[in-house]
Ligand binder design. Structure first.
Ligand code: SF4
Length: 351
C-alpha cells in the first residue's frame, strides 16, 4: 500500500467516514495529509476514537480555529536570522533542511510550514548561507536538524550536511529530531545510519512517539539499529486529548520507550497550532498525569513536561510542583511533597 495522501483514499479504505469526505477535502486543502502504510495498518477501523487515527487522519474539527491559536505558535520566525535557521537559545540552533515529513501529524506546531506544497528543501545557496551562519558563530555548540523531517532526505544529502558540520570545530553535538523510525522504519538503512554519524562527535536522535502502539516490531528494529550504531536515543511526545492523556496510556508508552533503549526526554503540552483545540488538554490534566507517573514508574521513564511559550520565548517546565516555601518573620520553612502526596518539612522538624 502506498502512503495515503487524500481524503478519497482514506474514505475508500474506511479509515475516515465517507460522510465527512467534503469537510476532509477542505482540511486537506489547507494542511498536508500523509498516512504511511505502517501507521495505517495500526488503525482500528471499528474504534471511532482510535488513538493512531486521531493523530494522523484529518478531522473536520481542524477547520475550527480559535482566537488564541497562532500560525507560528512557538515563534520560530522571530528568531530566524537566515532561511533555515532558528537561533532562539545562545548555544544551539535549529537547522531546517526540509519542509517534508513521512507523516503529517494533525496537531503539528509547524503545520502552516510543512507539506509537499511548501518549498521542498533549502536551495543550495540558502543551505550554504545557513551553514555559513553556524560557522561564523563560535557560541553554537549544538545543531538540531529538524523540519520537516531530516530523515526523509537521502543518505547522500544528509551525509553532505553532516560532513560540513563535522568540519566546524565549535559544533560539538548534532541532534536529529525525527518521526521516520516510527512512520517509515524501512528508511533506517545501514547507509542512512552511517550518514548520520560524524567521526569523533556524538549524534543524538530524538524520536517523536505519542502512543505505545507506534512502537511496532519494525519501528523497534529501526530504533535498535540506531542504538547499536552508538547513537543515543531520546523521545519527545506530545500530550494529546484522547491519545495519551491518562496515566495508564502514557505510562505504558514511557516504559515501552525505555525497553527500546530510548530515554523519554520531553512531554510537550500541545501548542496553540491552528485547528488543534480538539487535541489539546489543559495543563492540570498534564500535571495530574505527570504526578501519577512519578509515583508509579522508574525514574528512567520520566520525561519533563514542558510548554513552549507562545511568541518564541522558549520552553519551560510546567510541573507539577513538589516544593513550597511557607511562613514569614523568620519562621520560614520548606515543604516537600513525596510521590504518595504526603507533605514533609525540610529540614525535618524535631519532635
Ligand atoms: S513529523 Fe514533526 S514536523 Fe512533521 S508533521 Fe509531525 S510533528 Fe510536524
Amino acid at each position: 500500500m502506498p502512503t495515503l495522501r487524500t481524503p478519497a483514499q482514506l474514505c475508500d479504505l474506511e479509515l475516515a467516514p465517507p460522510a465527512r469526505r467534503a469537510a476532509l477535502e477542505a482540511v486537506a486543502a489547507r494542511y498536508a495529509v500523509a498516512l504511511p502504510p505502517t501507521l495505517a495498518a495500526l488503525i482500528d477501523r471499528q474504534d471511532p476514537r482510535d488513538p493512531i487515527a486521531r493523530q494522523f487522519v484529518p478531522d473536520a474539527a481542524e477547520l475550527n480555529h480559535k482566537p488564541e491559536e497562532l500560525s507560528d505558535p512557538i515563534g520560530d520566525d522571530a528568531h530566524s536570522p537566515v532561511a533555515g535557521i532558528v537561533h532562539r537559545y545562545p548555544d544551539r540552533v535549529l537547522l531546517k533542511l526540509t519542509h517534508v515529513c513521512a507523516v503529517y501529524c494533525r496537531f503539528c506546531f509547524r503545520r502552516e510550514m510543512v507539506g509537499p506544497d511548501k518549498p521542498n528543501a533549502l536551495a543550495p545557496a540558502a543551505l550554504a548561507a545557513a551553514l555559513d551562519y553556524i560557522r561564523s558563530r563560535s557560541e553554537i555548540w549544538e545543531v538540531i536538524l529538524t523540519g520537516g523531517d531530516p530523515l526523509v532526505l537521502s543518505a547522500r544529502r544528509l551525509r553532505a550536511v553532516m560532513k560540513i558540520l563535522g568540519q566546524i570545530n565549535h559544533v560539538k553535538v548534532v541532534r536529529i529530531h525525527t518521526r521516520v523510525p516510527i512512520a517509515d522504519p524501512a528508511r533506517i538503512t545501514p547507509d542512512l545510519v552511517r550518514a548520520m554519524k560524524i567521526k569523533g562527535r556524538p549524534t543524538y536522535v530524538v524520536v517523536h512517539v505519542n502512543h505505545a502502539r507506534e512502537l511496532t516490531p519494525n519501528a523497534r528494529v529501526a530504533c535498535a539499529a540506531l542504538a547499536d550504531a552508538g547513537i543515543p536515543l531520546l523521545a519527545q511526545s506530545v500530550l494529546l486529548a484522547g491519545v495519551n492523556d491518562t496515566p495508564e496510556v502514557l505510562g505504558e508508552l514511557m516504559r515501552a520507550l525505555v525497553e527500546c533503549r530510548i530515554k523519554p526526554y520531553y512531554l510537550h503540552h500541545g501548542d496553540l497550532a491552528p485547528g488543534t483545540a480538539h487535541l489539546r488538554t489543559d495543563i492540570e490534566t498534564g500535571q495530574h498525569v505527570m504526578r501519577s507517573l512519578r509515583g508509579r514508574l522508574s525514574g528512567l521513564c520520566q520525561p519533563t513536561y514542558v510548554l513552549d511559550i507562545p511568541g518564541g520565548h522558549g520552553k519551560s517546565p510546567i510541573g507539577p510542583n513538589y516544593f513550597e516555601r511557607n511562613g514569614a518573620n523568620g519562621g520560614e520553612h520548606v515543604v516537600i511533597e513525596d510521590f504518595n502526596g504526603r507533605r514533609h518539612h525540610y529540614p525535618p522538624v524535631s519532635a
